[in-house]
Write a protein that binds this ligand. Structure first.
Ligand SMILES: [Zn+2]
Length: 166
């Protein structure tokens, strides 16, 4: 299958579906390896007209409704792969910041997210891992995790703004 970035302009109902978990014995398959490398490639190469780069991308955004996303966990590192993630909020603290999404071009809006989270996931080698994150990375993970449940950031913002007329 040819994977390419999908947007709400043409694929809203596709993007609204809930993604399926990836069975344990499929995680190290050639098919999932290929999907992961395309996901990283598309996340790294996509720059929007406003000059934004992607901080994360979910498999469903390139046409594979599976519970898998990639997130750039630090500026130095490349994208990290998260398979079958389980998200937990740590504490009650939230903050409100602008978000955007490669699948919803030219729109930004403020979204409230938990400041601290814990994520349990399987990596690309099939190992189950747990990480605690805060700040920007925690926000990106919550945004990508929403994609796996068919939720878009514009569902959570009260003031979506168009940044251009394209
Ligand atoms: Zn998004």
């Amino acid at each position: 299958m040819e994977f390419a970035l999908l947007t709400t302009a043409t694929h809203e109902s596709f993007l609204r579906q809930e993604s399926d978990p990836i069975e344990k014995d499929r995680i190290k398959s050639q098919e999932i390896k290929l999907l992961c490398s395309r996901l990283v490639e598309i996340a790294e190469s996509t720059v929007t007209t406003e000059g934004w780069r992607s901080a994360g991308l979910a498999a469903i955004q390139i046409g594979a409704p599976l519970r898998l996303f990639v997130v750039r966990v630090s500026q130095q590192n490349s994208f990290q792969i998260f398979i079958n993630p389980q998200l937990e909020f740590l504490g009650e603290a939230t903050d409100m910041r602008d978000e955007s999404c490669l699948s919803i071009p030219h729109v930004t809006g403020k979204v409230s997210r938990h400041k601290r989270i814990r994520l349990t996931y399987t990596d690309e080698n099939g190992n189950v891992r747990t990480v605690k994150c805060d700040g920007f990375v925690a926000r990106v993970i919550q945004h990508e995790n929403d994609h796996l449940n068919g939720i878009l950031f514009t569902d959570k913002t009260t003031e979506a703004k168009r940044t251009s007329n394209f």
